[in-house]
Structures are given as C-alpha cells and as structure tokens.
Design a protein around this ligand. Structure first.
Ligand code: UFG
Length: 328
C-alpha cells in the first residue's frame, strides 16, 4: 500500500489522518468539497476539490492516482441539524459513500476504512458499549452512518471490498507539531466551546443539564485524542491489507468524564476561570457513553496513548494560537 485516498481529508479528523499518513511516508490524495473543510488543514497531500456524489469527479481521481486504499471521513455531522433536515444527511452521507463504493468497485480498489460513530448505538443498553450491542440510532446522523455500515457489509459480500467501520466516541485534541486542530462553524462540541470561553471568545459555557443519573448530574462521555483516532485508522488499513476480516470497531479511551470534569480539567490546564452556568438539557443527549475498546485492542493492536489532560492541553495550544481557527 502506497497511495491512500482520504475523502474529507480537509476536515477535523481527516486532516489529522492525512498528517499521520504523510509522516509515515504514504502518498496521500485528498478529495474534499471544502463545504466544511479547510484547504489550509491539508498538509503534505494532493488536494482535489470536488463532491463525492459526482461520479465523474471520482472516476478522474481514481484514474489519475494508483489508489491502494480509501479512508472516508466525508459527511455532515451535526446531530441537531440532522433531526431537522434528515434528507440533507441521507442525501450527502449515504449517497456520498454509495458513490465512493461505486468508484472503488469500478477501479478495483478493495479496502476502505469508514468513519462511523457511537451515535449508531443510540441510547445504550449497558456500559461500556460493545460492538455487538443493540444499534438503534436516536437521530438521522447516526442512522445514516449505520445505513452506510450496512451498505459496506453488502459490498463486501458482493464485490469483495473489505472494510473497517470505526465508531468514534468523542474526538478532541489537536496535532500541535503539524499545527492543525478543530475549526467548526458553528461549533457545537464541548471542549472547543470550553476553550473559547477560556480565551474570552464566549462569556461562559452552558452546562446542558445537571440532573442526569451520573455522579455529578452532568453527562459523561469518552473523550479520545484525534491523533489516537488517526493511528487506529492506519492500523485498520494495515489489518485489511493483511487480509483481516471486515467489521466495526469502537474507538474510545474506555474512561468517562462528566461535563463538569471537563470544565475543571480545562481550568487547570489553561489557568483561566472559565465561567459556567447550568442550562436546560439538550434534546437527545444520552446520559453516559463509554466505549469498550477491547475489540480494537485485540484485533487491530490499537492502544490509545493520550489521556484527558493531554487532549485538552493540545486543544488549548491550537485554540490559543488560532483563536479564529483557519480563518485568519
Ligand atoms: N455540552 C454542554 N455544553 C455545550 C456543549 C456540549 O454541556 O456547550 C455537553 C453535551 O450535552 C454532552 C457533552 O457536553 O453531554 C458532549 O457534547 P458534544 O456536543 O461535544 O458531543 P456529543 O457527545 O453530543 O457528540 C459526539 C459527537 C457526535 C456523535 C456523538 C455520538 O460529536 O458526532 O458523540 O453520540 F454523534
């Protein structure tokens, strides 16, 4: 494997994947329509700007480069927006992946690592969540990712395209060496919001509910460093290359932190007061989401290396040096 196509490589997680592949000496081709991605985040790779749903565009890219494997991050990912506009999510996420798989089939490319999500589980039946647990998404975002996992399964059977669907828990952090990080507009994720409050760009953080059945009443999540996520993708690609069986894998640290613990850790890391006030619950938030990462450890040989302080400290390095993201 030498040349890897990264769809959505200008986005937050995709750009960290590109950085790792470049560091490891792969030739990297990024396709991205730049609707939410940033060309500045693509470092050391070739960028072809276009939409996955455009089959002619993908055919051109697959003809131009000797692609050995695909990693697909390209998708809309705002849970709330997916509830009010599900067709936008099916129309982009599912159709984009369908188009990518069609191009792979036509060009004889047999390996894909797919960016899936803990949202495929919906309200979990137990903690930590295992890959064999019930998948019943509670929003269209998770439903589109689960639908794509289904499409991958059938494409494996029909065309021999091998896949690893990686179900991320809460991605956070940055690559401070390469100088890339998180820049969403609008921002909805907790850690960047907390750090924007530390920078004075927001006057406070709203804590969405403190009456959940958790130790301090706020929601518990499993935060995983984006660089650890990237290393799991590379291991998954190598695993498929060695003939590994297709499947889904959770990617999380296996430890949960509450919203209040995140704010407290950020206060410690940044040395800033970070005002916070309790606000109403956000619709659709499960109280606890913690991954079992046993399967990824055992099958892929993955071991996350960075804990919460490192996640927040790397994110802080990025946000404090790029207060306007890639914008300025
Ligand atoms: N939160 C706040 N205040 C904020 C923002 C978030 O209290 O201003 C809380 C949320 O209620 C939640 C926690 O912080 O309890 C984390 O929220 P995020 O929005 O950062 O992340 P989510 O857990 O909601 O979502 C993440 C991914 C989604 C994915 C989902 C899977 O970002 O893409 O996990 O369940 F779908």
């Amino acid at each position: 494997m030498k040349t890897i196509l990264v769809a959505g490589g200008a986005g937050y997680i995709g750009s960290h994947m590109v950085a790792l592949l470049v560091e490891k000496g792969y030739d990297v081709v990024v396709v991205d329509n730049l609707c939410t991605g940033h060309w500045q985040a693509v470092k050391g790779a070739k960028l072809r700007v276009g939409d996955l749903r455009d089959g002619n565009f993908l055919d051109q890219v697959f003809s131009e480069f000797p692609i050995d494997g695909v990693i697909n991050f390209a998708a809309y990912s705002l849970v709330g927006e997916s509830v009010t506009n599900p067709l936008k999510y099916y129309g982009n996420n599912v159709a984009g992946s369908q188009s990518m798989l069609t191009a792979m089939k036509n060009h004889g490319v047999k390996k894909i690592v797919f960016s899936s999500t803990a949202a495929t589980y919906g309200e979990p039946e137990k903690q930590p969540i295992e890959e064999t647990d019930r998948t019943e998404p509670t929003n269209p975002y998770g439903a589109t990712k689960l639908a794509i996992e289904g499409m991958l399964k059938w494409c494996d059977k029909a065309y021999g395209i091998k896949y690893a669907a990686l179900r991320y828990f809460n991605a956070a952090g940055a690559n401070t060496e390469v100088g890339i990080g998180e820049d969403h507009n609008p921002e909805s994720h907790l850690i960047p919001i907390v750090l924007q409050a530390a920078l004075g760009k927001r006057d406070h953080v709203g804590i969405f509910g403190d009456d959940y059945p958790t130790p301090d009443g706020t929601c518990v999540r499993d935060y995983i460093h984006v660089r650890d996520l990237a290393s799991a993708h590379l291991l998954a690609l190598e695993y498929l290359d060695k003939g590994g069986e297709s499947g889904s894998f959770n990617l999380g640290n296996g430890t949960g932190y509450s919203v209040k613990e995140i704010i407290d850790t950020a206060r410690k890391v940044t040395g800033k007061p970070i005002p916070a006030t309790v606000e109403p619950r956000r619709a659709g938030d499960p109280s606890v989401l913690i991954a079992s990462n046993k399967k990824a450890q055992e099958v892929l040989g993955w071991k996350p290396e960075r804990g919460l302080e490192q996640i927040i400290s790397d994110a802080w390095t990025w946000h404090s040096s790029h207060p306007d993201g890639y914008g300025k």
